[in-house]
Design a protein around this ligand. Structure first.
Ligand code: UD1
Ligand code: UDP
Length: 373
């Protein structure tokens, strides 16, 4: 019997985390699938961290990363590299995940070679083409080229239907980030970083901070960090941990505003295992990340989303996430509320999971089998 040839393409940290369960599901059915992995390596260190944790060895590594890379540069290098890979492997289906420039380039390369496309995490929309930038455009552009839309929730399906996509091409699967998360949390987890083992998670209010979005770089990010700084100055029981993204522009703002503070720990990006276990131990999360917005509700952690809008309204509707915007006073007020208002904290600290039952990869692979065998 002829096997379905699937090329799984990804390039950045979050895509690797969310593709890992699919990679495993495809490999566990070698009778029906011949799957290969191609990393563009739009990220290098931050991608390799995830590949190590999930024990994934790419068949193709385009190694396109350049420090200070531009969107055009990433797109051109990815497209050129992918052409060679597609011509060599001749896949029946290409899978891309999310909304990065690797995703759009992967979908475009597939389309140019008339290979079918499966878009994992399809249908997320903020409603503002400029925020997140360029991700909202990447999602929409990828959607136009996609054959199988793997939408995580009813909300994402509704977004696709509104744009005129056929219901028969949309599959509600949940988000594979939840599949990955269930493998990793361990109550007795010990960190490699002694600084983290020494934190008193029981008596301190430990806030986990992440921020990296392109549209936040500049004044919005200054506002986020300044609000956090003020909260730390005023509350002696608050400690902040910020595993800084490797983008030098982000690091400059973070070290300028939050550097040299006794109760703020600016550390290197963590591997996925320590990061998620840190999230499980912390008091609350402040983030502009997409993936972290999905993970924190599952772990019962209140999340302040420091963005103007979100494509993940499910956490907000479930009551564990709040859109805090990028205005300093507003972020200060919301964080102050979480730190000093017990009732408000309790209301938000509920473990809910609007993003699926942890079997998204299984549903995705099943849909491919049913449609392509
Ligand atoms: C990219 C994605 C974004 C995603 C984020 C996840 C695009 C346009 N953006 O943003 O959607 O949320 O990844 O983290 O696709 N860098 C390193 N080493 C690394 C990775 C990054 O040094 O391993 C530094 C480099 O200086 C690089 C900069 O970070 O130029 C930005 O990386 P880039 O991939 O262009 O964008 P991100 O902001 O990481
Ligand atoms: N993450 C990680 N180490 C860190 C910060 C985040 O492993 O120091 C993981 C996190 O658990 C989530 C993903 O990386 O699965 C989110 O990536 P990021 O915030 O960079 O991208 P986004 O989700 O915003 O696209």
């Amino acid at each position: 019997m002829k096997k379905i040839k699937v090329l799984v393409i990804f390039g950045t940290r979050p895509e690797a985390v969310k593709m890992a369960p699919i990679v495993k599901a495809l490999k566990s059915d070698e009778q029906n699938f011949e799957s290969k992995i191609c990393v563009t390596a739009q990220h290098r260190d931050m991608l390799d961290q995830v590949l190590r944790i999930f024990d994934i060895e790419p068949d193709y590594d385009l190694n396109i990363f350049q420090s200070g890379q531009t969107l055009t540069g990433i797109t051109c290098r990815a497209l050129t590299g992918l052409e060679t890979v597609i011509e060599e492997f001749k896949p029946d289906l290409i899978l891309v995940q999310g909304d990065t420039t690797t995703v759009f380039s992967g979908a475009l390369a597939a389309f140019y070679h008339q290979v079918k496309i499966g878009h994992v995490e399809a249908g997320l929309r903020s409603g503002n083409l400029l925020s997140p930038f360029p991700e909202e455009a990447n999602r929409k552009l990828t959607g136009v080229l996609t054959d199988f839309h793997f939408a995580p929730t009813e909300t994402s399906r509704a977004n696709l239907l509104k744009e005129g996509y056929e219901n028969s091409k949309i599959y509600i699967t949940g988000n594979t980030s939840i599949d990955a998360l269930k493998w990793v949390i361990d109550a007795d987890f010990r960190f490699k970083e002694e600084i983290l083992n020494n934190i008193d998670f029981n008596n301190k209010k430990v806030v986990l901070l992440t921020s990296h979005r392109r549209e936040n770089i500049g004044e919005p990010m200054e506002n986020i960090f300044s609000a956090v700084k003020e909260i730390v100055d005023e509350n002696l029981d608050v400690e902040v941990i910020y595993p800084m993204h490797l983008n030098p522009k982000v690091r400059e703002i973070a070290t300028r505003i939050l550097g040299n503070m006794e109760r703020v720990h600016l550390i290197e990006p963590l591997d996925y295992l320590p990061f998620t276990n840190l999230m499980a131990k912390c008091y609350a999360v402040v983030t502009d990340s997409g993936g972290v917005q999905e993970e924190a509700p599952s772990l019962g952690k209140p999340v302040l989303v420091v963005r103007k809008e979100t494509e993940r309204p499910e956490g907000i509707e479930a009551g564990t996430a709040k859109l805090a915007g990028v205005d300093k006073q507003n972020i200060y007020n919301e964080l102050n509320n979480l730190i000093n208002n017990k009732e408000e904290y309790k209301k938000m600290a509920n473990a809910v999971n609007p993003y699926g039952d942890g079997k998204a990869a299984e549903y995705i692979v099943d849909a491919i089998r049913k449609n392509m065998l």
